[in-house]
Design a protein around this ligand. Sequence first.
Ligand SMILES: [Zn+2]
Length: 361
Amino acid sequence: MKFIFAVPETFDDQKRGLLIEQASYVAPNIESVAIEGEELIITIQEGCQLEESLIKSQFEAILNKINDCMSIPVRTMKTNVSSSQPQESSLSRDHSSVDPRAYQLLDDMFLDIARKHQAVERRYPTLLQEEVMHTCGYHTNFPQNVYAVSEIPHQFNILESAHEHMDSAFRKADYYLQPCICYHVYQELSGQQVSGLHLYTAEGRCFRHEAKWRLNAFRRNEFSMREIVMIGTAAQITETRQRIIDDVWELFVKLGLQGTVQTANDPFFTADGLDKLAFQLLSSAKYELIAQCGTISSAISSFNHSGDMIVRKFGITGMDGEPVQSGCVGFGIDRWIQALAHRHGDDIRHWPMVLQGHIHS
Ligand SMILES: [Zn+2]
């Protein structure tokens, strides 16, 4: 079943990208969303009972929302991709047969960068407490991505008969699956006063509800990430973030990868989401390292300056109660592996020397 809508002529690439992103959520059984020429085509699974008028009205609401926002040019900080270079064929498969040691090899390099900047090392649970989710507000900013945990109450009669009505026996638990690592750091420092610059690092498994049709080798609903969280003055965050970007870029180039560091935005879903997006782009609050793999490109690291937005929510201040700021750097470990396997093949023995030096076989 296909729905075809006209894309306004005034929409540039940025707005067309936003349109695909937002139109992905007009119905849960979408098989694909694509723009061909001046038409947006939404393909929905056959046999789904969907009101055409509902799809139309949602699409119009999305159009109005995007129409109102201004396009902001993306700023490139670093690149080693030449536009004249012919791109090889696109990423055709999931490199799932890569030696699992690749994972540790890469994480060790990210940890080296964190240690160089004196980050304190942590290990946190995968489950995020409900109160932390409520404090950070991730679930209201990104409801499309959140996963909550269910449980069966510890009540004798319900447990005893649970096998007869498994689905209705479940209730929402006080936990969410963590969408990223950094909220645990803010929780640990919640209500505390800090002096000077503080860095923390932790790695873990993260979970995000993604539209099924968008899942691929890079976009997964379960992935591993290392984060480095920075807390300090605005200037300290900006400076440290820049030094880490330089370190990560050096590693990226050494590994023979091609890509770009550029300004980026998060897919906010709230009514004021496009304002937040514009703020991110204008203020360079977020940079992403985009790896170019054939005709596919994917963000494999992000570098965020969150201002006082998150620390304020967690009541973290300076020693005299003065405001502090924060930021975080994320490494999508599985995505780095995909990019390396795409570039050098699945056999990690053929990966660049910088990695080989770390293999102990
Ligand atoms: Zn983070």
